[in-house]
Design a protein. Structure first.
Length: 368
């Protein structure tokens, strides 16, 4: 068992390909169902589980556990959002967003011509989807040209961060673990979940990891103000009010980005320009991918489903385990487990030794 940065998932997939595993099926150990079939040679997802098939597996698991756990199980919407967040299903208007980003970088490069700078405000739903960190990994398949993130200013409302924080709460107790153990054929999948966060908490910590990543790569600041309330519409209105105040105080132009059309209404009421980020609803049967973005998809799925098996490789990837810390989430770490008889287990151990030796000799964080 190895605790590694998520980029090691790319190493796992490369070793699988070199071992002759041209196609790999990604299976949810929690739902006991296949999620994706990936052709590593052609770099395409060739099969995504159909919604009715997934819903049948979800219903089977829901009947086997109590109501509380049944509500916590990852559903098909989670799978669709993971495909969207990894940019395998990029926003329908990504070209329009990238045009705005390139325009902002141009303005930053000529402050005498453009003395009033522009920044992007981010809604909470785009922090969950990790849009701006994944844009730095996207390539020609998404139609994204390289840009300098330090020339892109991001405004992150403090209320968005508070919302993420408040979603980190409930953990699995002994009763939950026992219910899962009775429902699953592989009891070890459940045994590692005692005192672990529920699905909502895991997704929120992944959103917090996005905020940390953005602050490392982009030029970011916060919009303070507003009182957090549970009513979403009231909360969104408070958040857009704080963004409007920041515009006036800092004398900057803000383009607020959101996946929620109702939030745009609140933005309009506060005279904050906005751009909807719209994702496709339909999931095609075949999807071309950039290799680094496939790693992001596997990482997100490992968090949602807690444990994945790459069928035919003898490798399991865990995104949640007993004792995983907030720092592990912010460092985006996973556990890679070579099961008994794994064809690539020894190669992965060798790769890990080589990577560890390199990191010990060079300022790895600075190189990244």
């Amino acid at each position: 068992m190895m605790e590694v940065d998520k980029d090691f998932i790319t190493v796992v997939l490369n070793e699988a390909l070199m071992a002759g595993k041209r196609k790999v099926v990604i299976r949810s150990d929690l739902m006991e169902t296949d999620l994706l079939a990936v052709d590593l040679d052609r770099q395409e997802v060739q099969l995504v589980v159909q919604e009715d098939v997934y819903d049948e597996a979800l219903s089977r698991m829901a009947r086997a556990v109590g109501d509380r756990l049944a509500m916590d199980l990852p559903n098909y919407l989670d799978l669709r959002e993971a495909l969207q967040a990894s940019l395998l299903l990029p926003p329908s208007n990504l070209d329009g967003l990238m045009a705005e980003i390139y325009r902002v970088t141009e303005r930053r490069g000529d402050p005498y011509r453009f003395p009033r700078q522009m920044c992007f405000g981010l809604d909470t739903n785009l922090l969950y989807r990790r849009l701006f960190s994944r844009l730095l990994l996207a390539g020609t398949r998404c139609g994204v040209r390289p840009f300098d993130p330090q020339k892109v200013q991001l405004l992150i409302p403090s209320m968005a961060e508070e919302e993420l924080s408040r979603r980190v709460g409930r953990k699995y107790d002994k009763r939950d673990v026992e219910e899962l153990k009775r429902a699953l054929r592989d009891r070890s999948v459940a045994e590692e979940l005692f005192n672990c966060l529920d699905k909502g908490g895991r997704k929120a910590l992944n959103g917090q990891a996005e905020v940390a990543a953005l602050r490392q790569r982009y030029s970011c600041w916060s919009a303070q103000g507003g009182s957090f309330v549970e009513d979403k519409e009231v909360r969104d209105d408070e958040m857009l009010g704080s963004v409007a105040d920041e515009m006036l105080e800092q004398r900057v132009d803000v383009l607020f980005l959101t996946n929620d059309d109702k939030t745009r209404a609140h933005a309009n009421a506060h005279k904050v320009p906005s751009l909807p980020i719209s994702y496709p609803y339909e999931v095609p049967s075949t999807i071309q991918y950039d290799p680094w973005l496939l790693t992001e998809l596997v990482y997100d799925l490992s968090i949602l489903h807690t444990s994945l098996t790459l069928k035919g490789t003898g490798v399991r990837i865990r995104g949640e385990w007993m004792g995983k810390t907030v720092d592990d989430y912010r460092s985006e770490r996973v556990r890679v487990i070579a099961l008994q008889g794994s064809e690539i287990g020894e190669m992965l151990a060798r790769d890990m030794r080589v990577i560890s030796a390199i990191k010990s000799r060079f300022p790895w964080k600075e190189l990244v």
